[in-house]
Design a protein around this ligand. Structure first.
Ligand code: SF4
Ligand code: SF4
Length: 348
């Protein structure tokens, strides 16, 4: 395992050199929030950030993606044939992704890449992506990664983990992809034992700052129907305005809709993110809607993340504890409270 230290200046220089091999994506401040953007000389990056408002899931799974194009013109050499839209799958490196967001890719992977089904677009882009994580020295009050199998310096899903030691970074290679990237990164020095010890102390003190208990251990043993019929759903959903913010910011939500858009005789088949919080999501062609009520949709979101996923994949809960939905829900609906309700629910 490669362990190298870089001064902040050396690290920036190394990133500049890596641009020959990878599209380098870094956190950049835009207005009040941060987003991942291609590294441009003189524009950021800002590694002294908490996290991006939108999760980096769009770097592998774009919010809107053209899958196929076709022609309805009978004079066209290939009328009415779907043709795959050409895409750029050249290597990209996401530098400074937080460990919860890297863990999130592992949580969604069984949905996109499993023995029965492989989503070619997700898989190709995921395979061409290197995740270079940045541990969280100061987790925020809404973070609960530790409670869902991660941690502020968790290596889950990462190819490289960076420790910010104040003016210098320790970079630790974790996978073949990560070792390759570090092998191409110019400069830096092999890390001594003292640096490694400082990094381990830093990780320990960061973990101690997440002082929250969100038990999820009993979810798997619960009867689906009992949780489904539990009396608390109306109360949980009462304030929800079905804005969909929680699902659009979330790194572990994956629902989409596929639509055809036709202009004249040319058509595109497009995949767009969708959300279980919207009534149209489940509206049938017949006009029937099995989740026409708000409480049904809110229940679906939490049952999917905290029960259906748990039962189906045996991979923990469908949540990496990033805390975005807690921070940005306009009416303060809190998945941590719902997890406590579900985990502790007993029929009297
Ligand atoms: S962010 Fe809050 S109000 Fe908006 S859909 Fe989600 S739970 Fe409802
Ligand atoms: S459910 Fe909320 S806390 Fe969990 S991964 Fe999604 S946005 Fe983050």
């Amino acid at each position: 395992m490669t362990q190298k230290t870089f001064t902040a200046e050396e690290w920036m220089k190394a990133l500049g050199g890596l641009k020959d091999t990878y599209k380098i994506l870094v956190p950049v401040k835009e207005g009040d929030f941060h987003n991942f953007r291609p590294l441009v000389k003189g524009e950021g990056p800002d590694f002294d950030y908490q996290n991006t408002r939108l999760s980096p899931r769009s770097l592998v799974y774009p919010q809107s993606e053209r899958l196929f194009e076709y022609s309805l013109d009978e004079d066209d050499p290939d009328p009415n044939i779907l043709k795959e839209d050409p895409k750029d799958y050249s290597p990209q490196a996401v530098i400074g992704i937080r460990p919860c967001d890297a863990h999130a890719f592992q949580i969604v992977k069984p949905n996109f890449d499993n023995p029965e089904y492989r989503d070619p677009w997700w898989v190709r882009r995921f395979e061409s992506t290197v995740l270079v994580g940045l541990g969280c020295n100061e987790p925020c009050s809404t973070c609960f990664c530790i409670q869902v199998g991660g941690g502020p310096f968790s290596e889950k899903g990462l190819d490289v983990l960076l420790y910010d030691l104040g003016g210098r970074f320790l970079a630790r290679g974790l996978t073949k992809k990560g070792e390759e990237l570090l092998g191409k990164a110019e400069g830096g020095n092999p890390a001594g034992d003292d640096v490694v010890k400082d990094a381990e102390d830093l990780a320990e003190s960061a973990s101690a700052k997440i002082d929250v208990s969100i038990p999820t251990d009993k979810l798997k043993g619960k009867e689906i129907n009992e949780l489904f019929e539990a009396p608390f759903w109306e109360d949980v959903a009462f304030a929800c305005i079905n804005c969909g913010t929680c699902t659009y910011l979330c790194p572990t939500c994956w629902c989409f809709d596929i639509q055809d858009e036709v202009m004249g005789k040319l058509g595109d088949r497009i995949r767009n993110w969708d959300s279980c919080m919207f009534p149209l999501f489940t509206l049938h062609g017949s006009g029937h809607n099995p989740r026409s009520r708000k409480a049904q949709r809110v229940r679906q979101r939490f049952m999917h993340k905290l029960k259906y996923y748990v039962d189906r994949y045996d991979n923990g809960v469908q949540c990496s504890g990033c805390g975005r939905c807690v921070r940005y829900c306009p009416v303060n609906i809190d998945i941590r409270e719902v997890a406590r309700l579900m985990n502790g629910y007993k029929i009297n």
